[in-house]
Design a protein around this ligand. Sequence first.
Ligand code: AMP
Length: 222
Amino acid sequence: MTDIVLIGPPGVGKGTQALVLADRAGLTHLASGDLLRASIRDETVLGLLAKTYVDSGRLVPDELVVDMMVDRMLSAGDTLLDGFPRTVAQAEELEERLGRVRRRIDAAVLLTAPRLTLIRRIVGRRSCRACQAQYNTYFAPSRVEGICDACGGELVTRSDDNATTAQLRLEVYDNQTAPLVEHYRAAGVLREIDGTGDPDEVAGRIAASLSVAAAEPKVGPP
Ligand code: AMP
């Protein structure tokens, strides 16, 4: 089994890179934010419990997210975890549960970018309601504002992508998720990647770093 974690502040391009990497490496892409938004849309019990946290940019309680993600991981094969774990407590609980089935985290890829880039990527982000195509009003605008180039569908903004919530999400990252970087660095599995520039270039940097990662030690019980 191969399990890779993708870490980075909101707006760094985790979602975009996750799709490329999952495809290239044959991994199942599990994005905690996407799964939570789907639960909210479907009004499941988890969605109802998570909604106020997601809308306000705060972290959903660890136990809800850990159960959701571990259940998915165990029924998937090799995985790419996107947005999870997001706290050291989540990482430790994940390692404990994976250890029970003799799985462990093989590599943690950290994407970085300057703060102004992150804010523009978040606040400018738009996606097509119909076909999910992604745009950015600063970096990759649609030809006609608010309309998808690909299918003519309506472009929408995520409820937590406004400036105030973006700022809070960045603070939450600094306070609660950044310590995770040290956790994976200490375990010897961290790969730090510059997330600025063309998405293809970033994808190339990630791929190059992971071919090195295969020979490195793994996180989790022996
Ligand atoms: P994302 O799509 O990764 O930016 O996540 C959107 C929101 O979902 C976050 O602001 C949190 O409210 C929630 N969320 C996603 N992943 C986690 C996680 N691992 N732990 C707690 N909350 C999460």
